[in-house]
Write a protein that binds this ligand. Sequence first.
Ligand SMILES: NC(=O)c1ccc[n+]([C@@H]2O[C@H](COP(=O)([O-])OP(=O)(O)OC[C@H]3O[C@@H](n4cnc5c(N)ncnc54)[C@H](OP(=O)(O)O)[C@@H]3O)[C@@H](O)[C@H]2O)c1
Length: 334
Amino acid sequence: MHPSPVKSQSKTMKAIVWTAYGPPEVLKLQEIPKPIPKANEVLIKIHATTVTLGDCESRKLDFPFPLKLLMRFAVGFFKPRKKTLGQELSGVIEEVGEKVENFKPGDQVFASTQFHFGAYAEYVCLPANHHVVHKPDSISFESAATIPTGGLNALHFIKDANIQPGEKVLINGAGGNIGTYAVQMAKQKGAYVYVVDSQAKLPMLLSIGADEGIDYQTRDFTQLGHTYDVVIDVVGKFSFSNTIQVLNEGGRLVLGNPRVGTALRGLWTSKTTDKRVIPSLAPYTPEYYQKMVDLLASGEITTVIDKVFPLEEVPEAHRYVEKGLKQGCLVIKV
Ligand SMILES: NC(=O)c1ccc[n+]([C@@H]2O[C@H](COP(=O)([O-])OP(=O)(O)OC[C@H]3O[C@@H](n4cnc5c(N)ncnc54)[C@H](OP(=O)(O)O)[C@@H]3O)[C@@H](O)[C@H]2O)c1
């Protein structure tokens, strides 16, 4: 049953305002003007959003060159121009602009705001044709909010990996948003799945289907005597040359967090050997959104949700994510 749209009369809303680049303390709970939808926009009353590692990296502008410079141009050179962080959300349409045809008040949706951010708030306005997707009743608001970052990136990395049944697949940094979805998708393809993450996350990863866990703090997956058909690196923390050595003939290394230097070395490796290195940047396409809806609605994969924090505790949630405590996804209930 869709919740009936009760239009708020208030002209303001609560939001976590991003006041500067820096530690979690730069995020402050404030009352700000409630947005008004333009003709092509929908106003969404947000029910859930997330805190991802990407949000923490954006908050403190913690990116390698040249991405850091690009981000300064996109988001604000000396301080953020954007009022609030948060790149994904789920909720209920409260109002639609006069040109919007595909949504109506009361529709349950989820959405990606990408680098427009704005999800750490009670309301957001988004173009109706821009990454706003109908949410079926069978997917919870909490789960739907995690689809854009975790789900879509995992789908794309798995597609690029071209996994065949029986292949040995290693996922480096498997215990987070992207990895927990990727592990389940690799198992669906019939792979034998090794996961690399910190010890505390390995039982959870085995419970969602991984075959073997490797604690990166005590063991190096390139030095265990195993070889792999596919390595999907989610975190960008690994030895490139050692990883190429443990790839089987025809093996694929998917760079989910590609740095310029690694991508260039990858180009050379792909040209001069029978191994392929694939820098992977996920496009957020309607087909990917639909595929994720189908996978979650059918129960073929599930969302791993660690904790749910209220909106007021977003700074605390950022601290939790930054300490590496998060297993799977962290949701903010608005
Ligand atoms: N390519 C793209 O289009 C794209 C899109 C979105 C995000 N990203 C990037 O992808 C990265 C991961 O995203 P996510 O949301 O899945 O992050 P996440 O939820 O924080 O998961 C990353 C996991 O990697 C683990 N880890 C940290 N250091 C490691 C190491 N040396 N070896 C193995 N595992 C390690 C972390 O565990 P501990 O914290 O316990 O160490 C954590 O469980 C972020 O940097 C993000 O910016 C890329």
